[in-house]
Write a protein that binds this ligand. Structure first.
Ligand code: CA
Length: 221
C-alpha cells in the first residue's frame, strides 16, 4: 500500500512516516499543499493522509481540487482544527474520514484500514480469494489447507497488493511501488525474493507467475 502523507509539522511528519513504515505501508511525505497536488498528479496512491493547515495551498483546497479533477483516491484528513464546521467542510468536500490531532496511532491505523476497505468495495476486514486469506491487523496469512503464518512487513505488503485485486496481474514495478516509498532503496530481485518466501510459507501455488508480465493470485472462486 502506498500512502502520501501531507504534513508540514516536521516532528509529526517524521514520526508518522516511521510508524506507518513499521506497519508495512510505503510512505511518501510532502510538506505543503502545492507539492501534494504535483505528486498526486503523477503517482498512484492507495491513500492520502492530509493535514488541513498547510503552507502554499491549504488542505481543504487540495481536497477540493483533487475531487474537482475526478481523483477519487482514498483520503483521510488529519487536523488540529477540531471545530465542527471544519470537519463538515472536509467531509462535504470529499474526504472519506477525518481524525483530530492529537490521536492514537492505533486509531489512525484502524481508520486507514476501514477507509481502504470501503474504497476497495469490500466491507470484510480480511482479504481473500477463496484459497488464501490475509488479516491486515495481525499480518497473518493462511492457505486453505495450512495453518496461519506470520508475514514480514514486505511479504505482507506484496501479498496485500495482489489480494486487493485477485486475478489481476501486477508487474514488478507495480509491486515495487506498493512496497517501497521514496528514498527506500529497492534491492534487485526483491520482488522475486519475497514471492519465493511467500510460496515457501503458503504453498507453491499461492502466487502465480505470468511469464514476462508479472504475478497474480487466482481470481476469487
Ligand atoms: Ca499543519
Amino acid at each position: 500500500m502506498r500512502v502520501l502523507l501531507v504534513e508540514d509539522d516536521p516532528m509529526l511528519g517524521s514520526a508518522l512516516q516511521g510508524a506507518l513504515q513499521d506497519h508495512s505501508y510505503a510512505v511518501d511525505w510532502v510538506r505543503d499543499g502545492a507539492q501534494a497536488l504535483l505528486v498526486l498528479h503523477g503517482q498512484h496512491y492507495d491513500l492520502v493522509l492530509l493535514d488541513l493547515g498547510l503552507p502554499q495551498v491549504d488542505g481543504l483546497q487540495v481536497l477540493q481540487r483533487l475531487r474537482g479533477q475526478g481523483n477519487a483516491v482514498a483520503l483521510l484528513i488529519l487536523t488540529a482544527r477540531d471545530g465542527l464546521d471544519e470537519r463538515l467542510r472536509g467531509l462535504d468536500s470529499g474526504a472519506d474520514d477525518y481524525l483530530c490531532k492529537p490521536f492514537e496511532l492505533d486509531e489512525l491505523l484502524a481508520r486507514m484500514r476501514a477507509v481502504l476497505r470501503r474504497k476497495g468495495g469490500t466491507g470484510a476486514p480480511q482479504l481473500g480469494n477463496g484459497l488464501l486469506r490475509l488479516d491486515p491487523v495481525t499480518r497473518q496469512a493462511q492457505s486453505a489447507d495450512g495453518p496461519p503464518v506470520q508475514l514480514t512487513q514486505r511479504e505482507f505488503a506484496l501479498l496485500q497488493a495482489l489480494l486487493l485485486r485477485p486475478g489481476a496481474i501486477l508487474s514488478r514495478s507495480e509491486l515495487e511501488d506498493r512496497i517501497y516509498g521514496w528514498g527506500q532503496e529497492v534491492e534487485s530481485n526483491a520482488v522475486e525474493f519475497l514471492i519465493h518466501a511467500l510460496r515457501r510459507k503458503l504453498g507453491s501455488g499461492a502466487i502465480q507467475n505470468v511469464r514476462g508480465v508479472g504475478w497474480k493470485v487466482a481470481a476469487a472462486a
